[in-house]
Structure formats: C-alpha cells, structure tokens
Design a protein around this ligand. Structure first.
Ligand SMILES: [Zn+2]
Length: 383
C-alpha cells in the first residue's frame, strides 16, 4: 500500500465537548458524520485514523490565548455547575478546559500532519472560530483553528484560511488582522442579520495584513446560486496570488438549508463543489497541504451527511450518489443519538424558497470588493 490519502482525527472523547442538554452546541452530529464515513468508505480506502488525541498543552494554547484567560477556563472546568464564559452564549461544563484543549490539539496535529505528509487532514470536531485570545464567544472556548494557524505563522509560513460557516469567523479574522502571512476569505450570512455581527467588505485587514482579509456577506435565504459562483470567482485568483504553503478550510454546515440557527440555503451539492474546488487548489498550490475542520451546524441530518461526503472527497474517492441508501446500523445509531428518524439516503432534494439573489447582487458585491481591495475579479472564462 502507498501513502494514505487522508488523515482523519477523531477521538471519541471529542463528544465530551457538550454545552448541555438545552444548548444547541454539541459534537453529536459531527460524531455521526464520522460514523457514517467509517461505515461507508470502501474497504480499500487508505485512510490514516488518529483516534487518540490528548488535550493541547498550555504552551500550545498560548500560541493564541492569553495566560489569564487560560487560567480562568482552567478554574471554570473545575466547577460542578456551569458559569457563563462570555456575555451569554457559552457556558462552562465540568472538564471544559480539557475538552476544549483536546479539540485544539486535533487542529494543531492535523495541520502538522498535513504540512509534513503533503496530504489533507480532516478534523470534524474542530472549527471553533469565534473564540478570542482573551474570551470565549459563540459556543467556542478555545479557538482550535487560530491556535494551529498561529503556530505555523510563527514558523514563518503563509496560510490561506477559508471559512464557509454561516457565521463570520471573527476570532480568526481579528486574530490575524495585522498579519501578512494569513489570507482570510470568509463567506457568511450578513452580520446585520446574524451573530457575530461582523465580516463586512470594508474589513480588509491592517498593516501587513491590509488587503488580505476578504469578507463575502450574503443576505438571508441565499444559497448555492450565490455561494458557488462567488467562490469560483474570488477564491482561486486570491489564492494563486498569495501562494499559501497551507490551506485551512473551516467547513461549518450551518449554511445548509433548514439549519436551526442560520438562514442560508446551501445544498449538499454546493458543499461538494466547494470541497472539489479547494482540493484542486490545494493540489495546485500547496502540494496537497490542507486542513479541513468542522464548525457550526444545527441540523443533524445535514451535518452528518455533508461532512461524511467531505470525507469521501478528501480521501480522493467518488462519493455515493444522492439516492444511495444509508446503512441500517448507522440509521439506528442516528435515531438513538438525535431522537429523530434518520434520513434514508445520502441527500434529499429539498428546493430552496425565497432567495432574491441574482447576478446584479453578485456584481454589486464583487464591485465593492474590487474597490476595497484595489484589484479586479473577472468572471471565470471572461477577461
Ligand atoms: Zn456557525
């Protein structure tokens, strides 16, 4: 057998990052994604599984987080009863320090493996992109992606960070706002309509980072018709010009149609299209060095199937067709975990409704980016 095509980092203890029975965030749907990928990937697929991940040591957390904040989380993790770690969205839980630090270690190891081995790494439990150096935010205690990026940036490397979560990845963007070594491209639901209320085209970076932070806000109800053409138009030229050594993709699935917290309407096909595009760019520009993390996602049927399919694509496999039935054992596990009937097949056809996005909206957003960034984004295929 040759070298594996993909490394997947999944320690079952990632499920312990659970903000409580009445809170929307837990790792259950991402666990189901991993189980579905495992249950369906062809036996011959050469996948390297990292199934044991220790909590990141303090010096790793300090790549991004402040010492006092790390101490505060350490104390909070010892309390039996939850306290709020931010203004209201992110409660502590017993052991939260270890479990948040374990997710950080997954990203840090994943990025190191991708860098060393020249292949993609997949960390479905990661992508906690809201946490700031000195505070929790938006269900995120430690910012696993920012910690991993900070380490390789300190080594002098250039990283492209792409974020397709429905929420703007503010913790990462502001964390590297001045950095000339981090290109940050973030497509999300307009901050005037969704947490965290940031991520506008006017936010382009500062100092060495000027022109390297690129925000694509979309109005509620938009879907594939906006995401895919914008991605094709804006992402490849920026990456080719920046020439990253590594690509990190925060692959939140809360932009999916029917998500409980956001109002976008992406389809499974659009996610697959983005995955293929990023894989192609990683092959072209970084020798395959790519870390893909999970992120938000509050509709288990969408998160589990979309991220399992991402696993197939990252491993270089042709994923099953939409109508292919899902294994009964997995469906039983889904029912037990989520308490709802599992989907029957890989993707169902749910038509989006109400999007008003058209080519004029695309032109308007692209023109604003062009003015802010001082460069052009011709439509692919035109000049
Ligand atoms: Zn999100």
């Amino acid at each position: 057998m040759g070298a594996p095509s993909l490394t997947v980092l999944w320690d079952p203890r990632f499920r312990e990052y659970d903000l409580g029975p009445d809170h929307p965030f837990n790792e259950r749907s991402r666990a189901l994604a991993v189980r579905l990928f495992e249950a369906t990937a062809p036996a011959g697929a050469d996948i390297d599984w990292v199934r044991s991940v220790s909590p990141a040591p303090r010096e790793t957390l300090e790549e991004f987080h402040g010492s006092e904040y790390i101490d505060f989380i350490g104390r909070a993790g010892g309390y039996e009863n939850p306290i709020l770690l931010d203004a209201g969205d992110t409660p502590s839980f017993p052991g939260c320090f270890e479990e948040a630090a374990r997710i950080v270690e997954g990203a840090d190891r994943g990025l190191a493996i991708a860098l060393e081995a020249g292949r993609p790494a997949f960390h479905p439990a990661g992508g906690l992109h809201h946490a700031r150096p000195d505070r929790a935010s938006g269900f995120c205690i430690f910012n696993d992606v920012a910690v991993a990026i900070a380490r390789v940036v300190r080594q002098g490397r250039r990283v492209a960070y792409l974020d397709i979560d429905a929420h703007h990845g503010d913790g990462v963007m502001y964390g590297f706002y001045d950095s000339g070594r981090v290109l940050d491209i973030d497509v999300h639901q307009d901050g005037r309509t969704l947490f965290p209320g940031t991520g506008f085209p006017s936010e382009t970076g500062r100092a060495d980072g000027e022109g390297l932070k690129v925000n694509l806000p979309l109005p509620p109800l938009t879907g594939d018709e906006a995401l895919v053409p914008l991605f094709r138009r804006v992402v490849p030229p920026l990456l080719r010009e920046f020439r990253p050594e590594l690509i990190v993709l925060q692959h939140g699935v809360d932009g999916h149609l029917g998500d409980a917290l956001a109002n976008l309407q992406y389809s499974p096909a659009a996610y697959a299209e983005v995955d293929r595009l990023i894989l192609g760019l990683a092959k072209e520009l970084t020798g395959g060095r790519l870390l893909v993390t999970g992120g938000g996602g509050y509709r288990a049927s969408a998160v589990s199937r979309v991220l399992a399919r991402t696993g197939w694509l990252l491993a270089g496999l042709s994923p099953p067709s939409d109508g292919t039935e899902l294994p009964d054992a997995w469906r039983a596990e889904y029912l037990e975990t989520i308490g709802e009937e599992a989907p029957r097949s890989w993707a169902d056809s749910e038509p989006p409704t109400g999007s008003r996005w058209n080519s004029e909206h695309e032109e308007k957003l692209v023109r604003e980016l062009e003015e802010r960034l001082g460069r052009r984004f011709p439509k692919p295929g035109s000049s």
